[in-house]
Design a protein around this ligand. Structure first.
Ligand code: ACO
Length: 328
């Protein structure tokens, strides 16, 4: 049996933050941000926690598939900004949606979270552990973003993407091949250290900046280009795919220069590479499902299309997933 993304939807918050917002109080400029990152605007979710962004997207996928909440038997929430340390955001979503028959949990793999969650959901469906998995990639990055630090404030945004994973209509369609990795040595370059058991929030020695993202931009940049390109290239070789065979490359959206460099290394032209970062910034676990959902909404996906998703993020975590589109 093979598994597929049977429906996908997204939620991006209403509040638009243009680059000019930061010019008012940080030593930065629209020109710098656009040139170095490709970001024009991002969305900030001011109203509530991460789960509140998941719910509208989840309601949309249930409506697309015409299924009731009680038919979902597993919920996976990929996020580094859960509502709470515990209970898991999956439990919050289960309660808010009324998915009475679902079990589930959260997956923490930063920007690669959606890929790791997709592989988990596919394994559950293929093994018969679950029939309909609600897979959510969502992050409220503003909850861990130091808005007074120009090195990070301009890069991130909030958002959610949700899909249903279930048996594919044809075993030649759906998720075909996967290449996933972690390397804990990279943890030092990208992290948030306070609030866990290492530096509990109650510890008086905790410095305010330790509640925010810590990122060494250049180390992350170089590794992201190399590993996303290598992982995608491996899947292309293993599945005998030439650049012309790829319908869409959907990369994690951290920086337009990273996205372009990956496309160039793989000889995949710009028009086949999904880009949303100009409008959303980096929404961590949500970038890939948001990009895929927008392609679906714009009717740019056809049955049988060859799509490769690829990501790199904190951990380090990275990888790629090859799928043939099979919206049911
Ligand atoms: N406005 C103006 N200047 C800035 C800004 C800003 N917003 N941000 C940084 N600068 C400055 C720096 O302070 C530095 O100044 P200095 O030379 O006086 O010290 C200068 O610009 C150049 O800094 P670099 O770090 O060399 O800039 P770079 O071209 O590498 O761009 C960036 C920085 C955008 C962070 C880039 O390295 C990047 O995108 N890295 C990858 C980020 C990423 O992938 N994150 C992963 C996801 S997060 C997750 O997994 C949770």
């Amino acid at each position: 049996m093979s598994a597929t993304i049977s429906a996908i939807a997204h939620y991006i918050p209403q509040t638009i933050i243009d680059n000019s917002y930061f010019e008012n109080y940080l030593d930065t400029s629209d020109e710098w941000i656009l040139k170095r990152t490709g970001i024009k605007q991002r969305r900030f979710y001011l109203e509530g926690p991460t789960s509140d962004m998941i719910i509208p997207a989840a309601k949309k996928v249930l409506a697309i598939r015409k299924i009731k909440p009680k038919e979902i038997d597993c919920i996976l929430v990929c996020t580094v900004t859960p509502d709470y340390v515990f209970p898991a955001t999956a439990c919050v979503v289960q309660d808010k949606l009324g998915c009475k028959n679902a079990w589930g949990y959260d997956i923490s793999a930063a920007c690669s979270g959606f890929l790791f969650g997709l592989q988990t959901a596919v394994s559950f469906v293929e093994s018969g552990v679950a029939r309909k998995v609600l897979l959510c990639g969502a992050d409220k990055m503003t909850s861990i973003l130091n808005l007074n630090d120009r090195n990070q404030a301009v890069l991130f945004g909030d958002g959610a993407g949700v899909c249903i994973i279930e048996k594919s209509s044809d075993k030649k369609l759906g998720i075909i091949d996967t290449d996933l990795h972690i390397d804990g040595e990279g943890g030092k370059h990208l992290k948030k250290i306070a609030g866990g058991s290492f530096l509990p929030a109650w510890n008086n020695a905790v410095k305010p900046e330790e509640h925010y993202i810590y990122q060494e931009g250049q180390a992350v940049y170089k590794n992201a280009v190399t590993e996303m390109a290598n992982s995608t290239s491996l899947l292309m070789k293993r599945n005998k795919l030439k650049p012309k065979d790829i319908t869409w490359l959907v990369p994690h959206q951290a920086n337009l220069r990273i996205i372009k460099a990956v496309g160039e290394r793989l000889d995949i032209p710009d028009e086949k590479v999904a880009v949303t970062i100009d409008k959303t910034g980096n929404t961590t676990a949500a970038t890939i499902p948001i990009a895929l959902s927008l392609l679906s909404e714009e009717r740019k996906l056809r049955r049988g299309d060859n799509i490769i998703l690829t990501a790199f993020g904190g951990g380090f975590t990275w990888g790629a997933i090859y799928l043939r589109w099979d919206e049911l």
